[in-house]
Design a protein around this ligand. Structure first.
Ligand code: SF4
Length: 389
């Protein structure tokens, strides 16, 4: 059940600063930009205090927040410090999340020179109206330009994040976004359905009747349109929201989360998973700076994942991936007969005609996976599997 030490690990660095908080966002971030320099020092302190991470890391992901608020020299410092402290492969995938409102050609060139080889731009939309609704800090033109700047800076692995399912959004509007995105020839697209997370300003606005959500049925149709449109354009879906032009350009780092590969998280609110032990850091910049400043690790809590939790997470995570669950691997890992345990759930969802649609689950080549239609209900189908544990 332990993670074999030959397994490759990942390193995640959470940079919790943003110019302003977007109304829909529930990630941990703050706008206290004056603290960036001390924060960079604290991250390096945290790396140096961290007990051994006994894995070769082939991914380093700098996310947030808005890590592109840092200067290239600060990103360089972090990459170098991670390389000194951990065993980072020379050809590791090094990703930086960037907000189009915080970059220009020179800065992106600096990130590339610092060693970043994959850039993920939080474009979200190429419509100014949509960007305004999402309270993004950039315009559609800036989003477009940032992708061109990234290319000029020498990035040949560019990912774009987009959001769909906005109030009033039609297929034609969403198609225009996808078309513009494709015209920029990205290697990767993450298309996220807009969700209304508790505690966000957007959820509050919704409760106050400021707008009406797009009906679920329309969101479902947009999802199906996305998959078909992107497949017709040469992109393959490999996870509910993730599309890539080739296997090589899939996010190696994100796949670690979906396979329980070992990863270490640095920075406030970051999570780690090492040998079935999950730990997470304090979700407060002040507490993070204080703890690291006192020479203490900023860990909030640690839990040992038991057999049942691991099985639940595996079902939940693997069903969101197009490759699904490898039945031989699952049976070997959890010592159970997959069909005996989950056969009834599989047949409920496998049968054609469920709710008037084709099947939601399919068994193919020793794999149990969701169909395209099933992917739309990945979480609720996964909970039916989990009920059968
Ligand atoms: S820029 Fe990203 S992390 Fe920051 S508030 Fe907006 S969505 Fe959240």
């Amino acid at each position: 059940m332990g993670q074999a030490k030959k397994q490759k690990g990942g390193i995640y660095i959470h940079v919790p600063f943003c110019v302003k908080k977007c109304v829909y966002c529930d990630f941990f971030s703050c706008t206290d930009l004056g603290k960036i320099p001390v924060f960079v020092d604290s991250l390096i302190d945290e790396m140096n205090m961290t007990v051994d991470f006994p894995f070769h890391a082939d991914t380093l992901y700098i996310g947030g927040g808005t890590p592109s608020l840092l200067e290239p020299v600060q990103i360089q410092l972090l990459i170098d410090a991670a390389g000194n402290r951990f065993q980072v492969a020379p050809n590791a995938e090094i990703t930086l999340e960037a907000n189009p409102g915080t970059v220009n050609a020179e800065k992106l060139a600096g990130f590339r020179q610092a060693g970043v080889n994959r850039i993920n731009l939080g474009v979200q939309s190429f419509s100014d109206l949509a960007l305004e609704f999402l309270s993004r800090i950039h315009t559609a033109e800036e989003a477009f330009q940032s992708v061109e700047f990234a290319r000029t800076a020498g990035f040949d692995n560019v990912g774009l994040d987009l959001i769909y399912g906005l109030p009033g959004q039609t297929e034609r509007m969403w198609q225009a976004d996808l078309q513009t995105a494709l015209s920029l020839s990205p290697q990767h697209l993450s298309c996220y359905m807009l969700t209304y997370e508790p505690g966000t300003r957007m959820e509050n606005n919704l409760r106050n009747g400021c707008f009406h959500v797009l009906p679920e049925k329309n969101v479902g149709l947009l999802y199906e349109f996305t998959v078909q449109y992107l497949e017709d354009s040469g992109f393959n879906q490999y996870e509910v929201s993730s599309f890539s032009v080739s296997r090589r350009t899939r996010s190696k780092h994100n796949q670690k989360y979906w396979t329980h590969a070992p990863y270490i998280g640095l920075g406030p609110s970051a999570h780690s998973l090492i040998d079935n032990r999950r730990s997470w850091n304090v979700r407060s910049l002040e507490a993070y700076l204080r703890r690291t400043g006192q020479g203490q690790l900023p860990i909030e809590e640690t839990e040992e994942l038991n057999f049942r939790q691991l099985m639940m997470e595996t079902l939940y995570l693997r069903l969101r991936c197009v490759d699904g669950i490898s039945i031989p691997d699952f049976e070997k890992r959890f010592h159970i007969d997959f069909n005996r345990r989950f056969g009834a759930v599989v047949s409920t969802y496998e049968s054609d005609g469920y709710d008037g649609y084709d099947g939601y689950v399919e068994m193919i080549n020793d794999k149990c996976r969701l169909t395209r239609k099933g992917m739309l209900f990945a979480d609720s189908i996964a909970s039916r599997f989990i009920d059968s544990i």
